[in-house]
Design a protein around this ligand. Sequence first.
Ligand code: TRP
Length: 452
Amino acid sequence: MPESRCLQGIWSSPWIFIFAASGSAVGLGNIWKFPYVLGENGGGAFLVVYCLCLLLVGLPVLIAEVALGRTVRSNPIDTVNDLSERRIVHPAWVLVPWLAGITGFLILTFYSVIAGWSIAYLDRAITGGFDNITQVGASSMFNELLATPSEMLLWHSVFMVLVVLTVGQSVTRGLSAVVRILLPVLVVTLLLLACYSMMIGNMSEALNFMFRWSWQNITFDVVLAAVGLALFSLSVGMGAMFAYGAYMSKRMSIARACSIVVGVDLLVALLAGLVIFPLVFSFDIDVQADSSLTFVSLPIIFGNLLGGQFFAGVFFLLLVVAALTSAISMLELFVAWLHEKFYIARLKAALLMGMAVWFVGIAVLLSLNHWDSKLMFGLNLFELLDKFTSLILLPVGAILLSVLVAWFIPRPMLQNEMITKQANHFQWWYKTLKYISIPAMIVITLAGWIGV
Ligand code: TRP
């Protein structure tokens, strides 16, 4: 019997799921965010906690999302509607995929602005803009960009056009063509960059910083940052992986596929660290330099290196590509829903959603300069969206989705999905999700809110 498929088709080969999901996972979170969060949280200790979070929280939740997507083979909103029509779950659960879609939408509004900075830096890199740049010069270059809405608007628009054109194709075709080539290129190039950086930079201090374990450095904040980054980096909590799971062939073991995605995600984050830290230490730059690590420190380094212009070009190109394959997954939920529910052509649906994101994105980039008013809690729109999505919407989305799968979807339905001829990881996953991942996420999120 041919296997059931969803309206969007299924991935042309089981492996494409792994490429697409890894493409979604690997993004600004790995290359831009991971190194500076590692720096802020003291290196090696954070890394150990982060790996544990990936394994005990990220992986089980990722499996839950993908499995739920594959059971019904529809977009997340219709999947939950379908389950409630069959009286399997209460209709109120449909709020969860809606929340997930809105989270993706909101994340994309500022993700696209940051991706726009990456294109701006790609432009500077290839035109020799970093040549012999000093610390002062690099900071003022970044500040100047933030103070120039017209330039940010240009690159934000270019990025959104790329996103819309890719999502507008059927993901099972458009996206798979993109990720199949780009992901291996990204990993190999990062590997080469990391070797180069270790050769010319301060390798021993970098390795010592990244991998040295010390108990004293583990505080509650470190754990909180690690869980947040693990969820963000694996793209869970907003239905993107749920949608990708719907296109996955039944022949593939979900647990195995998801474990590979987690492995690739961690590998890329580590490689990004190995590119950045040897250079940071040899140039004596502060490792705690938050988001300016990528946009201020790296240009100084590249600008003063032999062949720096070429390596800077490659690095920022990679950053843009990684951001693109992630951004696509943030729009997929609503685009698939509009297509399946209202028969709107995918390109039209992508255009509609893309324009809405683009509009809000304009407000976001203006909040960095002309409209820098504090809206709430002393934060401007950019900061507010970042905090609101990563501290509230994503963890709440991840918790609700996991609770839905672990406690409300009938066990045999999941068992069917998880057990393949080649593998049976069901028990292990089910117990970890129920008794470790969900309680851990609840405790950590609540403690984070109360400000323990
Ligand atoms: N994982 C991506 C990154 O590391 C970002 C991302 C894509 C994401 N889709 C997501 C984050 C869904 C949260 C939810 O940059």
